[in-house]
Each structure stands twice: as C-alpha cells, then as structure tokens.
Design a protein around this ligand. Structure first.
Ligand code: NAD
Ligand code: UGA
Length: 460
C-alpha cells in the first residue's frame, strides 16, 4: 500500500532538519520534503547560513538539497504528496493552565494532526519524531481518525536520540533506532515501511521495534537516565570540594566498573539544552497524573539538583571574590549549553549570567557560535552585559574568567597572556572542568573548579 518513497517532515528544527537531511543522503531513491510554519527558518535551510551550527551538517545538506531534499512552507502540498509523514515539532513545557511548568505543551503537535486531516487526500503513515508523553499516539490517532474523508492513518512512534554537536555522527551511526507501532496487521505493515527507510544504512540489529507505548516512554526514560547520571555526579562535587577528593578521579574510578560505565559522568555546572529538564518534568507530570507521588518526587530531584548546582556555583564565586562582585568585570567563556552547538536553550550560562547581574557584576559574554542567541536571551539586561567574539578581548581587564561551555578554544588560550591582561587577583572558575588547573595555578591564578579542592594563592 505504502512504498515510503515520498517522505514529509513537519517541523524543520534541530531534529527535523538534520534527521531528514540524513534520510535524504542515505536514501537517494526517496524524496524528502521538510516543511515549517517559520518561513525564515525554511529560507535559512535553503541559504548559505543554516539556521544553527552543527558540525558536518553543511556537507550533508550540500549533497542533498534540491536533489531529493526540499525545504518548503507549503505544508498542504507536502502532506498531500507524502505517504510517510514525520512530525518533529516542538513540545516545550507548558507555561499555562493545568500542568503549567511541568506537562508537555501539545498544542503545536495537535495542530499538525489537524493540518494532516485538512490536506490529506490519501491514507498516510504518521510518525511521531517529537518527544511526547506516553500514549500521545492514541490521542493523535483519535484526532486523525475523526476525518470525514474515510482516510486511514497509522500512527507510529520513532523518537530521536541524537545529541546536538554530534547530531550527524549520531544519525549516521545510531546506537539504536526505535520504532513503535500497533501490533495489528496494518500497524505491522506500516512498521515495515519505516524500518525499510532506516535499513538503507542502519544495521538491522540496531533497529528495534516495540509497541507504541514502550517506544514513547523509552525516549523520555533515556533522557531521564542520562540527566540523572549528571545530577548524581554533580551531587558529589560539593563533598569533593570540602574533603579533597577529586571528582574527575572519582568519576574515572566508578566509571571503570562495567556495570556503571564511563559516559555521562562529567561533573560541571549542570545540564542544559532544550530537552533534559523538559522531558524529566514531563515524566514527573505523567507520574503525578497516574497518582504516583513517590515516583514523581524521585525524578523531580534530578532537576532540583541541577538548579542547585548552578546557584551553588555563583554562591561560591561570591564567597571566593571577597563577598562582592559588584562592579567587577566577569568574562563568561561560552554561552551555548554545550560545545559544538550554537543552541542556548536552557543553557546554564543563562542562569549564571542572571545571578551575576543581580550581584551587579559587569558581564562580558563570549562564544564562538552562540552570540546571536546570547544577545537575544540577555536583551532585557541592557548595558549590564557586553558581548564579544574574541575571548582575549572579553578577558582584558577582567577580575574573573568563568568557563560556561567546554569549547576547546578556551583550553587552548595562552593563559599566561590572559593572566597578564587580567586584574589581580585573577580568578578562574571552571564550570566545565576543561582547563589545566595546575598550570593556571602555577601562572598565578586563583583556580576554582567543580568538585576539586581550591587552588588559591590567597589561602596560604
Ligand atoms: P525546534 O523548536 O528546533 O523545531 C520545531 C519546529 O517545528 C520549529 O521550527 C517550528 O516552527 C515548527 N512547527 C511548530 N508547529 C508547526 C506546525 N503546526 N506546522 C509546521 N511546523 C511547525 O525543536 P527541536 O529541537 O527540533 O525538537 C523537536 C522535537 O524533537 C521536540 O519534541 C524535542 O523534544 C525532540 N528532540 C529534540 C532533540 C534536540 O537535540 N533538539 C533531540 C531529540 C528529540
Ligand atoms: C540529549 C541526549 O543526549 C540525546 O540523546 C537526546 O536525543 C537529546 O538530549 C534530546 O532529547 O534533546 P543534548 O541535550 O543535545 O542531547 O546534549 P547532551 O550531550 O546530552 O548534553 C546535555 C547537557 O548535559 C549539556 O549541557 C552537557 O554539557 C551536559 N553534560 C553532558 C554534563 O554536564 N555532563 C556529562 O557527562 C554529559
């Protein structure tokens, strides 16, 4: 019935764009059209300046754009022509009404279901790519099957596991591709169509098929587990700082246990990004909705710990800098939520910047790719914040260098030269543990890293 040769994707964001570019690249026999209500974003995909920075993305888009990958605002046409429609719209935390601050805001997602029934004139496979609360597919199916054209829709779940900064590598060699469908004859047939798309480049044993609800919940659960590891390691950092244990050594030692494993044990200022907090809060809300208070409380602490880590970082700065940072020039090195992306959504740097400005610091923000977003995020702070792409300029005359993002450029700076330019005593607060702390100390800096004993000449 379906051959999966004509694919549409609703939502041309961080997931929809790269994922569909990869499908187009690996499946030259299929046509992929990505649509969005945001015309500026669609124009950016068609231009020399992609909507965001992602290593390797330019090359994939260059190979496929206008060959079998198309970006368009013509949602009606894309829906009509496709037999498989991926839905990759944003599902942020709800800011209003019931579940505000916790539940997923499903308005964008539901709107796509209505667009599909408005424009479709044949049966379709609809694939949830967005991260959604478990059982969302049932609601999607109900909306779709309310169509009065007698059309049949199969709703599948195919959550995305890519991480920003490594999206292309993750898409090319995924740990697994997860496809959930109804286990009815038509559900299984639709599942095969979607499996066949990925099977063009992903080894078959890495394509996992489950029922829809397992697939939906596995996505949220994976993010919750990853974030939980970060909060767990961060929950040991204050203890390290006061006892002389070193969090990097502790992480290494525990990570060698094959049952624990070494990944996602990097202590720091806390996790950011558009998804971890949102997805855990969504899980909290799902638990609460099912009357599972203890489970909800358990997952909520992962987020609480993350916020605590950021507040603790600024409190430590304040205390180390003699109880006041008013009027002091503080250089924030990095604003993106992690290295190799221009994305600043929910970045810890935002919380830290705001707390520092509350203390009347004079802030200078630098970042190799995220400054346009940083400028928007901090626009309301006016003159209290300056921006520069040049880290040396940011550090000129600064009292403190504060690492917010682990861009390699910061570990490669000529720190002796930086020291000469800064006001003394010169402080370094490394929120990502990515600098050579002993070397900085030898140069003369007062060095405060996360989960490590202070290296301060002032304490002698
Ligand atoms: P995004 O905000 O970058 O992109 C979503 C896009 O959907 C926007 O461009 C928006 O204009 C568009 N859109 C919204 N409603 C629309 C409509 N009715 N019709 C057409 N277009 C519409 O979001 P994202 O980061 O790509 O995330 C999308 C989903 O994928 C979310 O559920 C997220 O949780 C999940 N996810 C994100 C990542 C990530 O790294 N960003 C990774 C895995 C999963
Ligand atoms: C994360 C997941 O890793 C992806 O699998 C998932 O698809 C995605 O969320 C999503 O659903 O949006 P992403 O947020 O892009 O990907 O990036 P991560 O590498 O997971 O980093 C998230 C945050 O945790 C960053 O701020 C990073 O600096 C921080 N982090 C990560 C640590 O503090 N320590 C670590 O050990 C790892």
């Amino acid at each position: 019935m379906f051959d999966g040769k004509h694919i549409a994707c609703i939502g041309a964001g961080y997931v929809g764009g790269p994922t569909m570019a990869m499908i187009a690249d690996k499946c030259p026999g299929r046509t992929v059209t990505v649509v969005d209500i945001n015309a500026a974003r669609i124009a950016a995909w068609q231009s020399d300046a992609l909507p965001f920075y992602e290593p390797g993305l330019r090359e994939v888009v260059d190979r496929t754009l206008n060959r079998n990958l198309f970006f368009s605002t013509d949602i009606a046409k894309a829906i009509r022509e496709a037999d498989v429609i991926f839905v990759s719209v944003n599902t942020p935390t709800k800011t209003f009404g019931q579940g505000a601050g916790c539940a997923a805001d499903l308005q964008y997602w539901e709107r796509t279901a209505r667009e599909i029934i408005q424009y479709a004139d044949s049966d379709k496979i609809v694939v949830e790519k967005s991260t959604l609360p478990v059982r969302s597919a049932a609601a999607m199916k109900r909306v779709l099957m309310s169509n009065e054209k007698g059309l049949h829709f199969e709703v599948l779940s195919n959550p995305e596991f890519l991480a920003e900064g490594t999206a292309i590598r993750d898409l090319e060699k995924p740990d697994r591709v997860l496809i959930g469908s109804d286990e009815t004859p038509s559900g299984l047939a639709a599942r095969k169509v979607v499996v066949d798309i990925y099977a063009e480049w992903v080894p078959r044993e890495r394509i996992l098929t489950t029922n829809v609800w397992s697939s939906e919940l596995s996505k949220v659960a994976a993010n919750a587990f990853l974030a939980q590891r970060i909060s767990s390691i961060n929950a040991l950092t204050a203890l390290c700082e006061t006892t002389g244990a070193d969090i990097t050594e502790v992480a290494h030692a525990i990570g060698l246990d094959t049952r624990i494993g070494p990944k996602f044990l990097k202590a720091g200022i806390g996790f950011g990004g558009s998804c971890f907090r949102k997805d855990i809060l969504n899980l909290v809300y799902m638990c609460e909705s099912c009357g599972l208070k203890e489970e909800a409380d358990y997952w909520r602490t992962v987020v609480t710990m993350n916020l605590h880590q950021q507040a603790r970082f600024v409190r430590n700065m304040l205390s180390r800098m003699f109880g006041t940072i008013a009027g002091k020039r503080i250089a924030l090195l990095g604003f993106a939520f992690k290295a190799d992306t221009s994305d600043t959504r929910d970045t810890p740097a935002l919380t830290v910047a705001r707390l520092l400005v509350e203390e009347h610091a004079e802030l200078v923000v630098t970042d190799p790719f995220a400054l346009p977003n940083a400028r928007k995020d901090l626009a309301d702070l006016g003159e209290a914040v300056a921006f520069t792409e040049d880290p040396m300029a940011a550090l000129d005359g600064a009292d403190a260098a504060v690492v917010m993002t682990d861009w390699t450029v910061y570990s490669q700076l000529d720190w002796a030269r930086v020291f000469a330019k800064m006001r003394k005593p010169a402080f370094v607060f490394d929120g990502r543990n990515c600098l050579n702390h002993n070397k900085l100390y030898e140069i003369g800096f007062q060095v405060f890293a996360i989960g490590k004993a202070p290296l301060s000449h002032l304490d002698r």
